[in-house]
Design a protein around this ligand. Structure first.
Ligand code: C5P
Length: 235
């Protein structure tokens, strides 16, 4: 029995019914579930509680970015929901991250606190346009350093950046990577993808996987295929 599954299924659905229908097919011992802005905005904490009632640990992917007091309070609200992981934008700055970390320190079982580095939808031109010129990979490394100094548990990054961050920062940071596609799956709108086994080999700790599982004809078969790939020798 796998008590720390590496697969986090991104539960991206427009409504509660299909999300619950999928969750009821999945096994909490084999994956965790990610609830993002869409379903949380529609359904709120009751939806998180419903998934927890099915036995799942939840990654609440709301990417907080605000003044330190507000983000710390939002992280406390997430901790009160009993979620397993919560995230914020590292670009919100060190004081914001430290405030969140300090606020969670009072919890017996706080959620893992994760900093989003650079959204994979942004390239160098996009960053320059918002006044942050330079190589996106260097910005990822810089923010990863800030996340580590602020005492957070890890970062969200592209699997293509995982090896670079691991080599620079060592084993201390959890690396959470979306943009993962099994060889057989369609890439959809994700452009810079890696397979699950490649992402793990690059140093990822947790793989966020949405449509290859949620849109599969048989989500359980899709999950099993990913598990088989990642359990192969050498991974
Ligand atoms: O369906 P797919 O596997 O592409 O889903 C990936 C999930 O990870 C989505 O919920 C998406 O919002 C999220 N994500 C991402 N890229 C980031 C951060 C989050 O794809 N940089």
């Amino acid at each position: 029995m796998n008590r720390d599954p590496r697969i986090i299924v991104a539960l991206d659905f427009p409504a509660e019914a299909p999300a619950i229908a999928l969750a009821e097919q999945l096994d909490p011992q084999r994956c965790r579930l990610k609830v993002g802005k869409e379903l949380f905005t529609r359904l709120g904490p009751a939806f998180v509680a419903r998934l927890q009632g099915l036995g799942f640990e939840i990654f609440l992917d709301l990417k907080f970015h605000d003044i330190p007091n507000t983000v710390a309070a939002a992280c406390a609200a997430a901790a009160d929901l009993g979620v397993w992981m919560v995230n914020l934008h590292a670009s919100g700055g060190r004081a914001m991250m430290e405030a969140a970390r300090a606020r969670l320190a009072g919890y017996e079982r706080p959620p893992r606190l994760i900093g989003v580095t650079v959204l994979t939808s942004l390239d160098g031109d996009d960053l320059a346009a918002i006044g942050c010129p330079g190589d996106p990979a260097e910005r990822v490394l810089r923010l990863a350093g800030l996340v580590a100094e602020a005492g957070l548990d890890g970062i969200v990054c592209s699997p293509r950046e995982a090896a670079m961050v691991r080599a620079t920062r060592g084993p201390g940071l959890l690396l959470v990577t979306p943009g993962v596609r099994p060889r057989s799956a369609a890439t959809g709108d994700q452009k810079r993808v890696m397979t699950p086994s490649e992402a793990l080999a690059a140093g990822a700790d947790y793989l966020v996987i949405g449509r290859p599982i949620t849109a599969a004809a048989d989500p359980l078969v899709a999950l099993a295929a990913i598990e088989a790939e990642t359990a192969a020798p050498g991974v």
